[in-house]
Design a protein around this ligand. Structure first.
Ligand SMILES: O=C(O)C1=C[C@@H](OP(=O)(O)O)[C@@H](O)[C@H](O)C1
Ligand SMILES: C=C(OP(=O)(O)O)C(=O)O
Length: 454
């Protein structure tokens, strides 16, 4: 978090006039789309990504891969060429020999800044990485040090961070490597995703304090296996904290991207805080997405949920209970959970999330400061937040170019009149058209892709 900028662009968060009752179609998962793009780019044959997320982070990933020579054709179709279900968007990915010189803009996308340096090491020539000012502050040393140990040449002016140039040599030796990934699970995912293409594959051993976001590592492993890779994991009988990927060709897949369950959080929260009902269609029965944990977390905070053919329906009771939760594995859910906790009738303690200080912004400092400026009582602990609900009032909620701060503020605005969200457009990092979806859920915008049921 940096100093609060002068608010230039304020979005009046709509207040709910009653219980929300809507069906909200949430766009595709950022994490699945960006893994799908990387794996398809490294495959031995073309593949499809259907219902991909089209947002800042995923367009940056696609642009970066294109810069290294990969073909990505975007189609919107109502035939078998497009979405398998008969409508929507599909991207055809045509792998090619990876080349430099190339320039990659990572924006502030953790997936782009961490997943692509290993890909660049396989390219023929230099690939320069740069991004938003915040990207310089986000940890990258795990990827840089590991790639060097595996045989890559990287020029980072000894910063261990962006900006940097990977001098790709067309191949990478690979093999065993130790990293401390306690600041980001994406270090592990990054090395595993490109691992099949390294001469010796890769064996990643995490040394250091507990690894966050394990569901995202499971997602990496499952998607690698679905593309034909052989992966040994701690869960498949291997050593704790060791993942091994054998060298192999990757298959081109035809993959339908699940809705982004973490981005479902503000909509489910709307049902919880207004005592209403929200259905998210296409909620997967089984998934590695951390957002699936919202079913248990929000149920513990009040309300209930049901998974049917229509999707996941969450129904609130109007009563919100505080929660004591370790969010280490599902850190990206924190901002919306913190907003709900600020509206609860008892105290909450959110733990295990010190690494959020190095996310899009320092999320712990930003949430505490912004909720407190609306009259709240939030304190930072060593590894999380303690939230004591207080009557809140309106005011400007600064968002520090963090999409999840903006959606959290929208949740507060449902029951707190006069919340103004700075730069709501920052939600486009992973959730394009958020204001339209939000108004649509509340029944105030015609033509939005939400369906108020009342
Ligand atoms: O691999 C991924 O797709 C992600 C992993 C997590 O990162 P960290 O482990 O850095 O928290 C998560 O917070 C991020 O939003 C997406
Ligand atoms: C931490 C997040 O993103 P990134 O992929 O940039 O790390 C997030 O989306 O909450």
């Amino acid at each position: 978090m940096t100093e609060s900028p002068a608010p230039t662009d304020l979005w009046p968060a709509p207040t709910a006039t009653g219980a929300v009752d809507a069906t909200v179609t949430v766009p595709g998962s950022k994490s699945v789309t960006n893994r799908g793009l990387v794996l398809a780019a490294l495959a031995a044959e073309p593949g499809w990504l259907r219902r991909p997320l089209r947002s800042r982070d995923t367009l940056l990933m696609a642009e970066a891969l294109r810069a290294m020579g990969v073909g990505i054709e975007e189609t919107v179709s109502s035939s078998s060429e497009g979405d398998r279900d008969g409508s929507g968007e599909a991207w055809r990915i045509i792998p090619a020999r990876l080349h430099g010189p190339a320039s990659v803009d990572v924006g502030n996308a953790g997936t782009v800044m961490r997943f692509l340096p290993p890909v660049a090491a396989l390219s023929d020539g230099p690939v320069r990485f740069d991004g938003d000012p915040r990207s310089y502050e986000r940890p990258l040393h795990g990827v840089i040090d590991a790639l060097r140990a595996l045989g890559a040449r990287i020029d980072d002016n000894d910063r261990g961070a962006l900006p940097l140039t990977v001098h790709g040599a067309g191949a990478l030796e690979g093999g065993p490597v130790e990293i401390d990934a306690s600041s980001s699970s994406q270090f592990v995912s990054a090395l595993l995703l490109s691992g099949p293409r390294f001469n010796q594959g890769v064996e990643v051993r995490h040394v250091g304090s507990a690894l966050p976001s394990l569901p995202h590592i499971r997602m990496t492993v499952e998607m690698l296996r679905a593309a034909g890779a052989q992966v040994d994991t701690p869960e498949s009988g291997g050593e704790p904290n060791v993942w091994r990927v054998s060298p192999s060709a990757l298959l081109g897949r035809d993959l339908v991207v699940e809705p982004d369950l973490s981005n479902a959080a503000p909509f489910l929260a709307a049902a919880l805080v207004t005592g209403g009902r929200v259905t998210i269609p296409d909620w997967p029965e089984r998934t590695t997405q951390p957002g699936d944990a919202l079913r248990d977390i929000f149920t513990a905070m009040g309300g209930s949920c049901e998974l049917t053919d229509a999707g996941l329906t969450f129904t609130g009771t109007g009563r919100i209970t505080g929660i004591d939760a370790d969010l280490h594995e599902v850190g990206e859910l924190t901002p919306v959970i913190a907003a709900v906790a600020a509206l609860a009738d008892s105290e909450s303690e959110l733990r295990g999330i010190a690494h959020l200080r190095l996310h899009e912004t320092d999320r712990l400092a930003a949430l505490a400061k912004e909720i407190n400026e609306l009259g709240g009582d939030v304190t930072e602990t060593a590894d999380g937040l303690r939230i004591r609900p207080r009557p809140l009032h309106g005011g400007v909620f600064h968002t520090y170019e963090d999409h999840r701060l903006a959606t959290a503020a929208a949740v507060l605005g449902l029951t707190v009149p006069g919340v103004e969200v700075e730069n709501v457009a920052t939600t486009a990092k992973t959730l394009p058209d958020f204001p339209e979806l939000w108004h649509g859920m509340l029944g105030s915008v015609a033509g939005a892709t939400t369906v108020p049921r009342a």
